[in-house]
Design a binder for this molecule. Structure first.
Ligand code: NAD
Length: 313
């Protein structure tokens, strides 16, 4: 561990994601050559939320680049819950579709859990179906949510020692915090999960060898949360649109300030970047840390789904 570091080493999620995407592309080509099967990923988008539309298009583009068939089923915002369910059922029955992803959040009034539970567990490449959550819980193969799976992949590929380390996860959502904690446990970490009711959060976090911030609060994890030399993984994504906040987080970072002036925003995480750089041993940047890994692991899950459909592990 990089103890007493003055500048944290960068955990480059973008580089790891590129490696994974190349492996997925090779795996897709192999599956096509050996079994004549092209992995198929279909994303269901309900409504026209601009952020969701961008995420969905990025997923489609990334899948195509890896040699997969990828399509988007766009449904209007007023689509009924039953019609969304019927769409998912149609995709469940389509043998050319190996992975189904329903982009969240769904419009108000639609029962997200019911929609998620309709996706066939073997096509649930987001890993949100209760059957896959249960599989993760008891440690048998299944689909694992992409963001925490990507974090583990990045830590392992960067040879960060996990066994016996104290990992603290801030956040207990079903898509990040809880699966993250289970995956760290699987890697033999001693795991503490923190949340909005945790007492003395900075004191608990500062005990971590490995600190995962998935709290959804811009720059909340400051120096007081970080043990010197710790590995700090920042899952948060926030758009920052004013120069004052940029200065509070990044100091006089001309590139960031320029981005706000010209493009209207820059992106930051849950971790205070300047504080963390001066205290952590390893740190994921935002952007370029956890974000790219999420899509890479989605592609890996889609390839795995296609492989399993022909009886390969
Ligand atoms: P969420 O809002 O569902 O969960 C946040 C968790 O943090 C909750 O469990 C809550 O208990 C805890 N929390 C909230 N405020 C707290 C506080 N003041 N102190 C302690 N704990 C507190 O969010 P999520 O979906 O788990 O996402 C977390 C962050 O990660 C968000 O910024 C989100 O945008 C980002 N995210 C990034 C990716 C990616 O690809 N990089 C993927 C998913 C989510």
């Amino acid at each position: 561990m990089n103890l007493n570091a003055e500048t944290a080493a960068v955990l480059d999620g973008k580089a790891t994601a590129k490696q994974i995407r190349q492996e997925v592309a090779a795996g897709s080509a192999e599956l096509h050559a050996s079994h004549g099967v092209v992995p198929g990923l279909t994303v269901v988008l309900v409504g026209d939320d601009p952020a969701s539309s961008i995420y969905v298009r990025n997923k489609e583009k990334a899948a195509k680049k890896c040699g997969m068939n990828s399509s988007i089923v766009s449904l209007p915002a007023n689509t009924t819950e039953d019609a969304i369910i019927s769409t998912v059922e149609r995709l469940n029955a389509d043998p050319a579709v190996h992975g189904i992803l329903v982009q969240l959040p769904l419009p108000d009034g639609v029962d997200e859990q019911r929609v998620i539970e309709t996706i066939h567990p073997d096509k649930d490449v987001d890993g949100f179906h209760p059957q896959n959550a249960g599989r993760l819980m008891i440690g048998i193969p299944g689909f694992v949510p992409c963001t925490p799976a990507g974090v583990i992949e990045m830590l392992k590929r960067n040879e960060i020692e996990l066994k016996g380390k104290h990992a603290v996860v801030i956040g207990r959502s079903n898509i990040v915090g809880k699966p993250m904690a289970l995956l760290l446990l699987r890697e033999h970490c001693t795991v503490t999960v923190c949340h909005s009711r945790t007492k003395d959060l900075p004191g608990v976090a500062a005990q971590a060898d490995i600190l995962i911030a998935a709290v959804g609060r811009l720059g909340m994890v400051d120096a007081s949360f970080i043990r010197p030399g710790a590995v700090v993984v920042d899952v948060g994504i926030h758009r920052v649109e004013d120069e004052e906040t940029v200065r509070r987080l990044f100091g006089e970072d001309e590139k960031r300030l320029e981005a706000v002036r010209t493009k209207g925003s820059t992106v930051a995480g849950d971790v205070h970047p300047v504080d963390a750089r001066g205290r952590a041993g390893w740190l994921t940047p935002v952007p370029g840390g956890v974000g790219p890994l999420t899509i890479a692991m989605l592609l890996k899950n889609a390839l795995d789904a296609a492989r399993r459909s022909v009886g390969l592990d």
